[in-house]
Design a protein around this ligand. Structure first.
Ligand code: GLN
Length: 398
């Protein structure tokens, strides 16, 4: 008989000890529990476009109900390729360079699993969308954070220190995750910032893994630049995108990666064994969505601008300092004017006593102390939702 080990073996993976459940999604559950207005998780509370919903209904009625090709329905991959050409002038081979996944969330983790080895490092700008930390850990890589510093005046932008970024690159760096337009800051990376990142990627032989899910949600004349279009980056970029934010269908879970054939075949293997494929009828609807005219995207951005400009003054009146976003649909705020001990205590008070759910800033930082004075609000909501939130936030003054 074998002797019992002195230390009972753990039945859990050591990796899962290193991160918590998503705070963003936890805040949605709390909003439901307390009947709060949910400005926490970034999903629209208004309807998705009629023609896209009808295409999905037709696909189901027409019996597109079995697995699509593992790496994506041909119709959708062709539509992605056409859109990359018309938006960015990039020629993407739909047979060898696109993998359709279950949302850009799966696209990101499948990519990291496909490219990372234990001991690799992944550079992440901080504050960051909370998934990237656990994604790196699950793929065996070590995240290394580079700070984005908040603007000091109203016409300034979130910025990073060039020396700090350079110092983060070294032999073991495998990739940099680049989310532009950025969640949670609303920063839109400029061409010169992207050129600097490009130069470092080339010098250190590093991949850029992008999250471009907010590409069409832009304000104040800011321009989205796909880093894959910069010289030297075409085959060193994994561009990730999806339907969720552009077409207001976050629950559909249709996203994709665009990468060189070599990287794509690695991503396809991971994706195949992880999820087999994204929902087939929704991919058909995606092919229709990606063919919508330019006016659709212009209207999308114009509508979000109105929502931003509805929520931000209400937050300012209530006592928040707002960092005006140039893209995406979140506003990061500073809560120094309030008496709360920290962001977590403040958002708990907000959801329970004021009736508005927001995300504590610390969930976007590696060290929670760095986000202790910040709270994020999402404004992808109907006017009446934003007005109700504003009325409730008015109580903070009293
Ligand atoms: N991107 C959204 C946010 O930051 C939510 C994403 C998610 O919960 N999957 O709130």
């Amino acid at each position: 008989m074998q002797e019992a080990a002195t230390q009972p073996k753990s039945l859990l993976s050591g990796k899962v000890e290193l991160f918590t459940e998503s705070v963003i999604r936890e805040m949605t559950r709390q909003a439901m529990q307390y009947g709060a207005v949910n400005l926490a998780q970034g999903f629209p509370d208004f309807p998705a476009p009629r023609e896209i919903k009808e295409s999905a209904q037709e696909a189901i009625a027409g019996d597109v109900n079995q697995y699509a090709i593992t790496w994506g329905a041909k119709s959708l991959r062709d539509a992605i390729s056409r859109k990359m050409k018309s938006s960015y002038g990039l020629s993407i081979n739909p047979e060898r360079e696109i993998t359709v996944c279950c949302g850009s969330t799966e696209a990101m983790i499948s990519t990291l699993l496909a490219v990372c080895n234990a001991g690799d490092e992944v550079i992440i700008f901080e504050p960051f969308y909370e998934n990237y930390g656990p994604d790196s850990i699950l793929s065996g890589a070590k995240p290394r954070f580079v700070k984005l510093r908040p603007p000091t005046s109203n016409d300034a932008e979130w910025s990073f220190d060039e020396r700090e970024l350079r110092a983060a690159f070294h032999r073991n760096t495998k990739a940099i995750i680049l989310n532009t337009p950025n969640n949670p800051t609303g920063k839109v990376f400029t061409r010169s910032e992207l050129e600097l990142i490009r130069d470092l990627c080339v010098e250190f032989n590093v991949l850029a893994i992008t999250d471009e899910i907010y590409e069409h949600i832009l304000y104040d004349g800011s321009e989205h630049i796909c880093i894959a279009t910069l010289d030297g980056m075409r085959d060193r970029t994994v561009a990730i995108n999806g339907m969720s934010k552009t077409y207001s269908v976050t629950g559909w879970r249709v996203g994709w990666t665009i990468a060189s054939p070599e990287i794509t075949s690695a991503i396809r293997k991971v994706h195949d064994f992880m999820t087999v494929g994204a929902p087939a009828p929704l991919q058909e609807a995606g092919a229709v969505a990606l063919g919508l005219p330019k006016s659709y995207y212009e209207q999308l951005a114009a509508n979000y601008l109105k929502r931003r400009d509805r929520l931000v003054p209400a937050l300012e009146q209530a006592g928040f300092r707002c960092y005006l976003p140039r893209g995406a649909y979140y506003v990061m705020t500073d809560i120094s004017a309030f008496r709360s001990k920290n962001d977590v205590e403040f958002t708990r008070f907000l959801v329970k006593e004021i009736g508005v759910a927001a995300v504590p800033g610390s969930s976007f930082y590696n060290d929670p102390r760095d986000g202790a004075r910040q709270v994020r609000f999402a404004f992808c909501k109907r006017d009446q939702t934003l007005d109700e939130a504003a009325a409730r936030l008015g109580k903070l003054k009293k």
